[in-house]
Design a protein. Sequence first.
Length: 301
Amino acid sequence: MSEAALPRRDATVPAKAAKPRRARRIGSESPLVQILLIAVSLGFLLLFLLLPLISVFVEAGARGWSAYRAAITEPDAVAAIRLTLLVASIAVPFNVVVGVAAAWAIAKFEFRGKNLLISLIDLPFSVSPVISGLVYVLLFGAQGYLGPFLKANGIEIIFALPGLILATVFVTFPFVARELIPHMQSLGSTDEEAALTLGASPWRVFFSITLPNVKWSLFYGVLLCNARAMGEFGAVAVVSGRIRGLTNTMPLHVEILYNEYMSAAAFAVASLLAGLALVTLALKSLLEWRYGDAIAAARHH
């Protein structure tokens, strides 16, 4: 049979296309996989978060209300509580002001050294708190670079309140700025430029447009900053000298009590720190419930 007599396949007829594979959607896992993932997550939270938190309150009240009250009203404990709140009340507002200014400059302007400024903001995340405290000792300690000058002028920084504030400011600084920078960058400068064109002053633009637009990001940054300020241990331990009744914050006081085998008193003071954390979480949850849409919109930026 000649080649011409053979049936020829029309080149214009496409070959049978392969059946496309159905794309697997996220969340379409089997019920067994879903149950397993949920069980692992809940088990982890229960074992490593919830049970230790419950144990703190159980041990704190193990000897009754009178022992608990005596532990938290003892003069050294009262001094530690007061000092913790004082340091946080100074460090957090300072970081709010400086963090907002740094985020505004980075998000709204182009200038030489911008990348360096961003790297410096992230520096406390990469440096151990103990190392940061040691740096302040090397700068302001009695044998440090500025120690003789400070001593000659009667200025105390290390083993005093200023050193605690400096160490706390350093370790908590990135939280506010890092929450605000991406949000401000996503918003752009259109609204501010329009307001300036209409004759508004820069301060009026900031308080009427910029600040309201980022209020939820600012709120989250303040929450994180405050929680870290009250619970900071490493940097504060280096610069405080651990002087009872003078430079001991609540975390340091808890460690001293525990090392002296006063576990009930240690857990009592620790329960106050845990309670402050729970209050912060409750406030955050309450505002999310009340203003959930606005918070979600801000966080998505």
